[in-house]
Write a protein that binds this ligand. Structure first.
Ligand SMILES: [Zn+2]
Length: 386
């Protein structure tokens, strides 16, 4: 049996111990230590990392009463020095203790039970038993958890028997019946939990609730505690700073500035539409004046499909011959007629597009197609023209 230091010596960062067993498995090397502070995966919490005799720990797993440490290679000595990746461990402690306090507060304020907890590298979540959580409720919970953090309650951990556990007001009765580990946040709650925790709520630093989403009839809350919350704040500051300097304004004026931009953009768009319309009229007139044969055909370099369609409509309204337009800007071809011609635009496209790798279709009066390259589009255009 491994002596599990992580249960009590939660702030231990380095220690000396002996290797009691080395194991070689297909997936790598493992050692069992006399005593370890490396927490194995479990209870929703990822494992600790660090080094044993300067050899990186790759994974920590629990098998019955033993803790197995997967290493890059086996150490030569049996007496070893262990070093915890403290940044990672303390982060897990901040998130996990923060989660207990968050769950306790959701229960206390709104009677929402926590049904699951995820502690990941990128994000932490809890799922609470409610289909709805209003922004006001979220705000109240956030404010209250932070208040409880600053009250700096002691967090105690100890083992009890099943009988002792049944006398405690536990959030949820555990499945195990003996050697139950209790995590008690003084004056807040008793929770059966095997994870690593900070020793008082002040160490959580702060909690930031980021967003919620509906999940299988419950509500998922995304949150960050401690250094993660600080990093989130720094990232947001960075983005705001970049926006401020791009918009050449203080952060409080960014939204006003963007709204102003949006209005300007709308106005500009309206002007562009009007100008395009005028330009189309002009191009249409020119094409009509030049028209001699049984088809109006023209290739453009700068028009969109929408532009071609609008131009084709203008032309067919004033002229009985079919209209064939193409644009190299989007590799598109449009074919239109006003009903005077005997040909069906859609049927013609359907019959011949495949040969030119084109995709599209349409009605008797208007058809459009897109091509993977301008060479394909132009070949089809030439074919249709002839
Ligand atoms: Zn827990």
């Amino acid at each position: 049996m491994t002596n599990k230091l992580y249960y009590n010596a939660t702030h231990l960062t380095d220690w000396q111990t002996r290797i009691t067993e080395t194991i070689e498995r297909e997936d790598g090397f493992y050692v069992i230590l006399e005593e370890t502070a490396f927490y194995p995966h479990g209870g929703g919490q990822p494992c600790d990392l660090g080094t044993i005799q300067d050899i990186p720990v790759l994974d920590v797993i629990s098998e019955e009463d033993l803790v197995l440490h997967k290493l890059e290679r086996l150490p030569e000595e049996l007496s070893v020095t262990c070093q915890m990746d403290w940044k990672r461990r303390f982060d897990h402690m901040q998130q996990h203790s923060g989660q207990h306090l968050l769950s306790a507060t959701s229960l206390d304020l709104f009677q929402f039970m926590t049904v699951s907890f995820h502690l990941g590298e990128d994000y932490c979540t809890i799922d609470i038993e409610t289909p709805e959580l209003s922004p006001n409720q979220l705000h109240s919970i956030e404010w209250e958890v932070n208040r409880q953090i600053y009250r700096n309650h002691n967090i105690l951990t100890y083992f009890v028997t099943g009988e002792e556990a049944s006398k405690l007001k536990l959030v949820k009765q555990p499945k195990v019946t003996e050697n139950i580990r209790i995590v008690e946040i003084k004056d807040v709650e008793y929770n059966a939990c095997g994870g690593t925790h900070v020793s008082s709520t002040g160490e959580i630093g702060m909690i930031k609730l980021l967003k919620t989403e509906k999940i299988k009839g419950n509500t998922r809350i995304y949150f960050k505690c401690g250094y993660r919350a600080l990093e989130e704040f720094n990232n947001t500051q960075h983005i705001l700073g970049a926006l401020s300097s791009k918009l050449k304004t203080g952060k409080d004026e960014i939204i006003d500035r963007i709204e102003k931009w949006e209005n300007e953009q709308k106005q500009l768009l309206a002007e562009v539409t009007l100008l395009k319309e005028k330009n189309d009229d002009y191009v249409a007139q020119e094409l009509l004046a030049q028209q001699e044969g049984k088809l109006i055909a023209k290739v453009f370099e700068d028009k969109s499909l929408k532009d071609l369609q609008s131009l084709a409509n203008k032309l067919t309204a004033k002229c009985d011959v079919p209209v064939l337009l193409a644009t190299s800007a989007e590799n598109k071809v449009v074919f239109a007629q006003n009903g005077s011609a005997e040909i069906s635009c859609g049927a013609f496209f359907k019959a011949h597009l495949g040969t030119y790798n084109g995709k599209g279709g349409g009605s008797d009066k208007l058809a459009q197609a897109g091509f993977p390259t301008w060479e394909d589009a132009f070949a089809f255009y030439e074919f249709a023209r002839s």
